[in-house]
Write a protein that binds this ligand. Structure first.
Ligand code: SAH
Length: 508
């Protein structure tokens, strides 16, 4: 075998250097340069003058450890969270909020230019000011998923994974989450200790408790608690009590969690708890939730009000984590859709129908598509509960449902139309006025984009949580005959590097 030659690097491990931090990387690390050579320094912020030691060096760049802040940046702030540095959740909590917004807006701008191949001047002419959080930018998250593990002494712990690892940093009170999280976690950990219930061990695959998922409706104040557990020998996996009976179940679900009634009674004493469920995940995976879910107390869902509509949210359904900013994001998407009342709209990747139903109030008919069946159940219930009759939802992958619909395969499957008005409606859906997409980070599948181009909507509204895949997909749509006309970023995730964007495209 040929001997692997080592890349020449200007520095080696342990070298100590001093430098100015002049930029921030996409994952929130500080970036500085010495003679054109790039150094990534975690926890350093733009404007810091720092002393670092090289940890790992390559030909063109190195990762360095922040040894000392010689002169702190004017934008550096003391992070309010005591574990901000160790925890992987908030990458830029130590950066002034105005500067956070500037960094995020630039990140999207640069991706559109570099990865989307758009002209810088053009992007600057269409980008609108970033929509930041006005007041407090902590405690904004309505959802938290805490991993459960074991400390050195064998005691159960909950917290968050340290950046890029699966080591749990014990923390009950995340400052991005609601205050009730701490109380609930304390009850769970005490219960585990008292009854000797083991946390799931990722290496051996043994143990019970994997995660605790907590969600709170910010307007309804309803709280959902879902225990994600490993449960291999389930002899009698009956469903829990009915949706309406608000008392602990007597059904044969007791083997899910030992002494579960005691646990339930303590948790329901917390103000607002209306739903307790168990999710079974027996896979050796880092995917948090399994597919099997049993309500063990209360309702199968919680409700929350957004854009004037009440939404039912199940443990498995996607629901944006920052409701205050989500309303602003959706209102921008609605504005970009330019609805006057009779339009036909597709909402792809619709989740529980949040965007679909908000738009249905202002459009002729809306079609929603989503891959998670429980989310579509929620979307349909949400339409009924809010007396919205002009919305149709399909379960399936956008890249399969949309082509099937376009090629006429869905009609026969669902025998969706049998009247003239339904036929007219169907024809309109083949060439809609607007298509909205809000895909996960990996963006839209090429089959989905190609079908969208064939359907020739007048406008496309692209909502994105990853500006790299957004840029890639926008290029395909623009090359397919659309003009990028408006773009805006909205901060749904203060103190982290994540950012949402929304773009409007108009058919040329
Ligand atoms: N628009 C919704 C959900 C956006 S998140 C909201 O704002 O609440 C993205 C959604 O896409 C998730 O609900 C996820 O389950 C769904 N999804 C992921 N891959 C999909 C696919 N290939 N086709 C359809 N939906 C998909």
């Amino acid at each position: 075998m040929p001997k692997k030659t080592k890349e020449p690097t200007p520095y080696t491990k342990g070298d100590i250097l001093e430098l100015n931090i002049t930029d921030i990387s996409t994952d929130g690390s500080g970036i500085g340069k010495i003679d054109g050579y790039t150094l990534f320094v975690k926890d350093a912020v733009i404007g810091d003058f720092v002393k670092v030691s090289i940890m790992k060096s390559k030909k063109n760049y190195a990762y360095a450890h922040l040894d000392e802040i010689i002169k702190p940046s004017d934008f550096r702030i003391e992070p309010p969270c005591p574990v901000a540095r160790a925890c992987g959740g908030c990458q830029i909590q130590n950066l002034d909020y105005t500067k956070q917004l500037e960094f995020k807006n630039n990140k999207v701008r640069n991706n559109l230019i570099r990865l989307g191949g758009f002209d810088a001047e053009f992007i600057d002419s269409i980008m609108e000011p970033i929509i930041g959080m006005n007041d407090d930018h902590f405690r904004y998250r309505n959802k938290a998923q805490f991993p459960i593990g074991t400390d050195k002494n064998g005691n159960p712990i909950s917290g968050f994974y340290a950046g890029r690892t699966h080591a749990i940093i014990p923390v009950q009170d995340c400052l991005l989450g609601v205050e009730e999280n701490k109380e609930i976690l304390n009850i769970v950990l005490d219960h585990m200790k008292k009854y000797g219930i083991k946390a799931y061990d990722e290496t051996t695959g043994e143990g019970v408790f994997r995660h605790v998922l907590i969600r709170k409706g910010f307007t309804s104040k309803e709280i959902m608690v879902c225990f994600v557990i490993q449960h291999k020998n389930k002899n009698n996996p009956q469903k829990g009590n009915s949706r309406t009976e608000n008392k602990p179940s007597n059904n044969a679900v007791s083997d899910y969690i030992n002494h579960q009634e005691k646990l339930i009674n303590k948790i329901i004493a917390i103000n607002g708890v209306t739903s307790i469920s168990v999710n079974i995940n027996n896979e050796k995976t880092n995917v948090i939730l399994g597919n099997e879910i049993h309500t063990i107390w209360g309702t199968d869902y919680i409700t929350d009000r957004l854009c004037g509509i009440d939404f039912r949210i199940s443990p498995l359904s996607f629901y944006q984590v920052n409701p205050v900013q989500t309303e602003k994001l959706y209102n921008t998407a609605i504005e970009y859709a330019q609805l006057i009342g009779n339009e036909t709209v597709w909402d792809l990747y619709c989740g529980i129908g949040t965007i679909s139903l908000s738009m249905a109030k202002k459009a002729g008919h809306v079609y929603g598509v989503e891959v998670i069946p429980q989310a579509i159940d929620n979307a349909r219930e949400n339409a009924v509960n809010n007396h919205i009759e002009n919305a149709t939802f399909y379960v399936g992958k956008a890249e399969e449902v949309l082509p099937d619909f376009y090629e006429g395969k869905l009609i026969t499957k669902t025998s969706a139309y049998n009247s003239t008005s339904a036929e007219v409606q169907h024809r309109k859906a083949l060439h809609p006025d607007v298509i909205v997409v809000d895909p996960p980070r990996k963006g839209c599948d090429i089959n989905c984009l190609e079908t969208m181009l064939k359907m020739k909507p007048e406008r496309i509204v692209y909502v994105s949580c990853d500006s790299a895949t957004l840029a890639r997909d926008l290029r395909i749509l623009v090359d397919g005959g659309y003009k990028l006309t408006r773009a805006c970023t909205c901060d749904l995730f203060p103190n982290t590097v994540h950012i949402e964007s929304v773009c409007q495209l108009i058919r040329e």
